[in-house]
Ligand binder design. Structure first.
Ligand SMILES: [Zn+2]
Ligand SMILES: [Zn+2]
Length: 373
């Protein structure tokens, strides 16, 4: 097969690369080309298999020696199957490399092999929160449907009195070899699906799967200060795994309901309070909303449209527990749309007394300045 690329070239290493360099380079490539990260990308999958084949040969001193001397036909002469038929076999062959690479994040749960039992599936659910709950932190109940270990058989899947037996097909290895033309190809055993053992008399409660479906209500503690769209991970609260493997995780997505009084910016909150012209000119005490209830805010005389008052610590708590953000009160000057005769007369009096003089732009208090510090 002269159309095959050189294994060193595929991994992008020199011919003198040592074992640790090969491992590092392969891990990096596998991470980029990983099928979970490139769903439906046939080219990525092809390159993933290609890199895995190259690594399988070069990481084995004997196969590497044959490859160095005889090229691609070298390792094949020694019984090497020549590549991987499916991605699952790559994970079972190099499970230890992937294991710590994706530690705790799963995604390989479905791939069998005899590298320990499969991991249970992850579950997702959502929780709705109000801004007040974000301010305080909250304990919320979530209902989930998940598969848990069958109590009747303890998860073995075998009826009482019987047990799991060694799979005859693969002799307990979980893998079988096929001849395909001149090649020997290793795949997951179709009878035991890689577990190496089978059940002769299935447990009635779980039909031999070792798992039963359960509806549960879980209490989830939401820390104060969480962001909308954030996800909490509850380790081990996902689905149980058949054969006593690690359970999956439960991911709880947080939806925070909009509060029309506030605009959120991280731990800071913004709110708008209307101000009349006399209040702005003379100074006033106005009422502003906070998460904990309304408070009085004093506005100094000569307040300009768009001026803000910063209420330190009246925002939301910071997630890491370092104090709280601010509440920024935006003062919006409201001009009356209509005036009573008395109001009009009073305003005309104000104008006649020099009140309609406005300083030109560019000078102190001028027109282009939006905010006063
Ligand atoms: Zn059972
Ligand atoms: Zn088997």
């Amino acid at each position: 097969m002269s159309d095959k690329r050189d294994y060193y070239e595929i991994l992008g290493v020199g011919r003198d690369a040592d074992a640790s360099e090969l491992k590092r380079v392969y891990r990096k490539l596998a991470l980029e080309l990983h099928p979970d990260r490139n769903p439906g990308d046939a080219d990525a999958e092809r390159r993933f298999k290609e890199a895995s084949e190259a690594y399988q040969v070069l990481s084995d001193p004997e196969k590497r020696g044959l490859y160095d001397r005889f090229g691609h036909d070298g390792p094949r002469g020694s019984g090497f199957g020549g590549g991987f038929a499916n991605v699952g076999d790559i994970f079972s062959a190099f499970g230890d490399i992937f294991g710590d690479m994706f530690g705790g994040f799963g995604g390989f749960g479905g791939f069998g092999g005899r590298r320990g039992p499969a991991r249970g599936a992850d579950l997702r659910t959502g929780v709705d929160l109000t801004l007040a709950e974000v301010a305080q932190g909250a304990d919320k109940q979530v209902k989930i449907r998940r598969r848990i270990t069958c109590k009747a058989c303890g998860g073995s899947g075998a009826a009482a009195g019987s047990g799991r037996e060694r799979c005859q097909q693969c002799g307990g290895r979980g893998q079988v070899m096929h001849q395909q033309g001149f090649l020997m190809i290793q795949t997951t055993c179709p009878i035991c699906r890689g577990e190496g053992t089978i059940v002769r008399k299935p447990c009635e409660a779980c039909k031999g799967s070792g798992l039963v479906t359960s509806e549960e209500s879980l209490q989830v503690s939401i820390p104060a200060g969480v962001e909308d769209g954030a996800t909490l991970r509850l380790s081990g609260r996902g689905e149980a795994a058949p054969g006593g493997g690690q359970p999956g995780n439960l991911y709880v997505n947080l939806h925070i309901a909009a509060d029309p009084r506030f605009e959120r910016d991280g731990a800071d909150l913004h709110t708008v309070v209307p101000l009349s012209f006399p209040q702005a000119a003379l100074g006033a005490t106005v009422t502003a909303p906070t998460i904990g209830g309304d408070i009085e805010v004093s506005v100094p005389p000569g307040t300009q449209p768009g001026d803000t008052v910063n209420l330190r610590g009246k925002g939301l708590p910071r997630l890491q527990g370092r104090g709280a953000g601010d509440l920024i009160v935006h003062l919006r000057l409201v001009v009356p749309r209509s005036l009573s005769p008395e109001q009009e007369q009073a305003l005309r009096g104000f104008a006649a007394a020099g009140g309609d003089h406005v300083e030109p732009p560019g000078e102190r208090g001028g027109f282009w300045r939006r905010k006063r510090k």
